[in-house]
Design a protein around this ligand. Structure first.
Ligand SMILES: Nc1ncnc2c1ncn2[C@@H]1O[C@H](COP(=O)(O)OP(=O)(O)OP(=O)(O)O)[C@@H](O)[C@H]1O
Ligand SMILES: [Mg+2]
Length: 307
């Protein structure tokens, strides 16, 4: 039978099929590789393929077995989770953002009222008003970047700039919670190939977790440490409640949260994004002392050179 005449393999996947077939002719197995197949009606299915050669009694190859597992539903659920995470971050940021924008507006209003009454030094008022308006512009432009539909675009970006922008966005939430940001950018590499929006999403998730863990306030340290060969370590260190063992074991499982209004997706999505950047995440935590989240990212990572 000619494999290629089977209608369940879409034409553009013939090459991949040939590769699997060749592997098995050489006596190798295909272990859980993700493939696309199609139904009779042409509908596409995401599948996991596991295949291995079969030998006769004398050890000669005389066939092969293939197991397909349909993961279409699972893929859809993952996509759905990504979207709901985006919405929830936006929703949770909204309260902080409203506050952040109301402050400069209140001060602008005050100066307009003073000027209307013919009081004070107009020139000085204008300068303050312009800087307040610029702050509103900055926050809105940050929000628009995050809200835009996400197409992944890898570019060389200064990580210190991304972190500073995220801190600006979360400033009001920090102040409301009596949390003080401390930045420690150590000398060394400053740029990484990354998707700016995705990394910002990760930084927001982790910094928000840290702010939320410090119910009585405290210091939140954001570190960039490039003193290692070929890798950058970004740390978010808080003085919050810490993570007990039983929570640590479940962190990153979808929908696992200890918060009344949490979605429990923050950590999982962040981990996935960091892994997509060929990095990894380490957590160190002590109950009632605080938590350290360390992201290690390879400086050499360049998606254009990968695959
Ligand atoms: N810095 C931290 N300090 C203490 N506990 C933390 C910290 N980060 C995460 N956790 C714990 O891990 C759980 C899962 O975190 P995750 O970010 O995935 O979801 P969440 O914060 O609960 O919800 P969401 O991210 O949607 O707001 C949290 O509910 C919290 O118990
Ligand atoms: Mg969270």
């Amino acid at each position: 039978m000619n494999l290629y005449s089977l209608p369940f393999i879409p034409a553009e996947y013939f090459n991949e099929m040939t590769t699997s077939y060749e592997m098995m002719r050489k006596g190798q197995s295909v272990n859980g590789s993700e493939v696309i197949r199609q139904r009779k009606n042409g509908e596409r299915m995401n599948m996991i393929l596991t295949a291995s050669p079969i030998y006769d009694g004398r050890g000669n190859p005389n066939g092969w077995s293939a197991i397909f597992k349909d993961i279409t539903e699972w893929k859809l659920a993952q996509e759905h989770m990504k979207n709901s995470e985006k919405l929830s971050v936006a929703g949770q940021l909204a309260a902080g953002i409203a506050h952040e924008i109301r402050n400069p507006i209140t001060s602008i209003k005050g100066f307009v009222q003073l000027m209307k009454a013919g009081l004070g030094d107009r020139q000085q008022y204008f300068d303050i008003m312009i800087s307040e308006i610029e702050r509103i512009e900055l926050i809105l432009s940050e929000l628009l970047i995050l809200a835009k539909p996400q197409t992944i675009k890898y570019e060389r970006k200064d990580i210190r700039v991304l972190l500073s922008q995220v801190m600006t966005l979360l400033d009001s939430q920090a102040i409301l919670n009596n949390v003080q940001f401390i930045t420690q950018f150590m000398p060394g590499a400053t740029h990484l190939y990354c998707d700016e929006n995705q990394l910002k999403q990760v930084f927001i998730n982790f910094i928000k977790n840290s702010i939320e863990s410090m119910t009585a306030g405290g210091k939140l340290t954001v570190q960039v440490d490039s003193g290692h060969v070929q890798e950058m370590r970004i740390r978010i260190i808080d003085e919050g409640c810490g993570i007990p063992k039983e929570v640590m074991a479940k962190i990153g499982q979808p929908f696992y949260t200890t918060k009344a209004n949490g979605t429990g997706l923050g950590f999982m999505v962040s981990k996935k994004i960091i892994e997509n950047h060929s990095g990894n995440i380490k957590i160190e935590s002590e109950v009632n002392k605080g938590t350290l989240i360390e992201m290690t990212l390879p400086i050499s990572f360049n998606p254009a050179l990968e695959s």
